[in-house]
Design a binder for this molecule. Structure first.
Ligand code: IPE
Ligand code: IPE
Ligand code: MG
Ligand code: MG
Length: 294
């Protein structure tokens, strides 16, 4: 399920262009995998079956707004690969046991479970490779030392936020926690969903050569966007999750009205952080509107 389709006839051109460029870059990476086998086909299917591409869009938008004419596409692919790896795992029979992802057969049903697990591992590994590739792009503009410094911060952050102190712990708690308090659900959202938005915002900032002293504000912006995004997703899934007796849904825990208030508060905090970072542009205003419309 999830947030309503991102690209519609009314979507501003910039998002259509970004999405097109991202998909072209994904296809190029797939062409570089020279093996012709079911694992490659599984990776291709998982990457090209219709994601909204929010996370790489943020990477590209942020580095564009910073306006130093830097190409952060590989960093964008990095976070999309991590995201896709997490969705493949999330759909497995041992996890959410989903038949469909984005209205198409889930990967393990299309290519079998072993190939789905291997595709997920491969994408995590490829994600790190994308950072090294983006470092090489950066070296055309800044010194090798500066590019190395940025690369190390990026890898440190990805390892922390994608792993056992971030997204995988969040997934574990989402599956196995029996604490349905609001505080615990917020913690799960922070770990499971926000971690990947933090990676995305920070990568955009790093590979766009933003001021390193502002990384905490960048993470705060990502926190508030990610919170608003998950509340919206949980509001969209309200009836379905109620039927499934899923308790880790913030809209079910708070009730629809309070969840909407909490979403509005996250949006206000997001706008404040964007303004502090000089990122409050028409593109971000459009994304905010998408979160608020039902
Ligand atoms: C789905 O994320 C998982 C959540 C964090 C709710 P998206 O809604 O961004 O997924 P795709 O990539 O567009 O399908
Ligand atoms: C999915 O979370 C992916 C992660 C954030 C790890 P959910 O299970 O809540 O989302 P959907 O509904 O399957 O996309
Ligand atoms: Mg899940
Ligand atoms: Mg799921």
């Amino acid at each position: 399920m999830g947030i309503s389709k991102f690209i519609t006839p009314k979507t501003p051109l910039i998002f259509k262009e970004l999405k097109f460029k991202i998909e072209k870059a994904i296809k190029n990476e797939i062409l570089e995998m020279n093996a012709e086998n079911a694992l490659k086909d599984a990776i291709e299917y998982s990457l090209l079956n219709g994601g909204k591409r929010y996370r790489p869009i943020f990477v590209l938008l942020i580095s564009q707004i910073l306006n130093k004419n830097l190409d952060s596409m590989y960093a964008g692919l990095c976070v999309e690969f991590l995201h896709t790896a997490s969705l493949i795992a999330d759909d497995l029979p041992s996890m959410d046991n989903e038949l469909l992802r984005r209205d198409k057969k889930s990967l393990h049903l299309k290519f079998n479970e072993a190939n789905a697990i291997l595709a997920s591992y491969s994408l995590i590994s490829l994600a790190y490779e994308m950072i090294i590739k983006n470092k090489k792009v950066l070296e055309k503009t800044v010194s090798k030392e500066k590019a190395n410094e940025i690369c190390v911060i990026a890898i440190e952050m990805i390892s922390k936020y994608a792993g056992v102190n971030g997204a995988t712990l969040g997934q574990h708690l989402d599956l196995f926690s029996s604490d349905f308090s609001i505080d615990n659900i917020n913690r799960i959202i922070k770990l499971k969903t926000i971690s990947l938005f933090e990676i995305s915002f920070v990568l955009g900032w790093l590979f766009g050569l933003g001021d390193l002293d502002k990384l905490d504000i960048v993470k705060n912006a990502a926190y508030n966007f990610g919170m608003a995004f998950q509340i919206k997703d949980d509001l969209d899934d309200f009836e379905e999750d109620l039927k499934k007796e899923k308790k880790i849904n913030i809209a079910i825990a708070l009730g629809k009205e309070k969840a909407q208030m909490s979403l509005d508060e996250s949006v206000l905090n997001f706008e404040k952080a964007l303004k502090e970072l000089n990122l409050y542009t028409e593109s971000f205003k459009y994304l905010i509107k998408k979160l608020q419309i039902f």
